[in-house]
Design a protein around this ligand. Structure first.
Ligand code: KG4
Ligand code: ZN
Length: 344
């Protein structure tokens, strides 16, 4: 068996929100180990991520997770076997970012290994490469999560242009807030996704900003319209039993999100003439969105790169890959921890 010391191993650390995730990859982007400590159960009871709790939990999780990952990757002497350390330094929650980034810096110093900082959104762009190693720019990347709604033109690795984003709520945030209002729990995305399976698309909901050619989203108005619809149906005496009409509201809401996303993607593809799309972020797990994007891309002969669900949510693999590519480009970065670090 090939020894680790003759491979180029990158250790990637992600801790920007509520997942502590560490991975080791080799120069062929094979994943030697990946472990994630999710905090979701601790935040669930509060109906959202509590930043102070998140940073404390990262601190508790990170060293045991690192030990486990190194064992799984058969790394016995990291100072000799790890060639590069990459860590997210923004955007994200300040305390959470600090735990991962400071741990990574300390390890790099102690092991005398090169260190590079990674922008979290660049990480999401690289999630697609984990499954499609020969994917080359230019392509368009759609990132949809609890904190992000971005259509990005990837001109080259390291060269990004923001084509469109949201004016207000992120897509995932609108799922979470709607679910909270309906008393369904947190995180709302998977709950609404499941409810919609038995629902019918029977309510017309608004598609804010879809009457313009601007690539810009507004999910706050859609969320409010769905909340008002639920309140009205309740007032009219429609009983929310056996999930009816909650499942119809969920299906109608989700369908409208799909129509909004594809209408703005259409503008982005018309504008650029590009023929490839990558998808990432927690909302990319949504079954209706996945199938709407498959249809959209089939109709337009666009190649769709949709990573497995665990690569779409926050993970150390995408950070390791983005860091390794930056290192190969000679763009080792030393970006300070910054909650609003912009990629463009
Ligand atoms: O990427 P992620 O794990 O964390 C960040 O926000 O960075 O995304 C979490 C978001 C939450 O808003 C959650 O409700 C949403 O992704 N989500 C979904 C689904 N699974 C997770 N939204 C819609 N449908 C899903 N199946
Ligand atoms: Zn993320």
């Amino acid at each position: 068996m090939e020894s680790n010391s003759i491979k180029f191993l990158t250790l990637g650390i992600e801790s920007s929100c509520d997942d502590t995730s560490i991975a080791v990859i080799d120069e062929e982007l094979n994943v030697l180990a990946e472990k994630t400590a999710s905090q979701i159960d601790s935040h669930k009871i509060w109906g959202g991520v509590i930043p102070e709790l998140a940073s404390r939990m990262h601190q508790e999780a990170i060293m045991p997770l690192l030990d486990d990952v190194l064992v799984e990757a058969s790394v016995t002497n990291p100072a000799k076997e790890i060639s590069l350390i990459a860590s997210t330094t923004g955007p994200g929650l300040m305390g959470s970012l600090l735990v991962g980034a400071m741990t990574a810096r300390a390890l790099a110093f102690g092991w005398n290994v090169p260190f590079t900082t990674v922008n979290h959104l660049e990480g999401h762009i690289f999630a697609a490469i984990a499954n499609a190693k020969d994917l080359k720019p230019p392509f368009i990347s759609l990132i949809i999560s609890g904190g992000h709604t971005e259509i990005i033109l990837v001109k080259d690795f390291g060269s990004y242009e923001l084509l469109g984003t949201t004016r207000d709520d992120a897509v995932g945030e609108s799922f979470d807030k709607l679910s909270k209002f309906l008393g369904l729990g947190y995180p709302g995305g998977p709950i609404i996704d499941k409810l919609a399976e038995t629902g019918k698309v029977m309510y017309d909901l608004p598609m804010p900003l879809c009457d313009t050619d601007e690539i810009e989203f507004s999910f706050s108005g859609l969320k409010t319209a769905a909340i008002n619809l639920a309140a009205k149906l309740k007032e009219e005496g429609r009983v929310f039993c056996k999930n009816v009409p909650l499942n119809d509201i969920a299906a109608s809401f989700q369908n409208t999100v799909c129509k909004i996303l594809t209408s703005k993607l259409a503008l982005a593809f018309d504008k650029t003439g590009i023929k490839a799309l990558t998808l990432s972020g927690g909302v990319a797990a949504n079954s209706a969105i996945r199938s709407a994007l498959c249809d959209f891309c089939n109709k337009r002969s666009i190649t769709l790169y949709m990573p497995q669900k665990h690569l779409c949510t926050d993970n150390g693999i995408m950070i390791a890959i983005a860091g390794y590519f930056a290192y190969k480009r000679g763009e080792v970065m030393n970006h300070r921890v910054s909650p609003s670090w912009s990629l463009w």
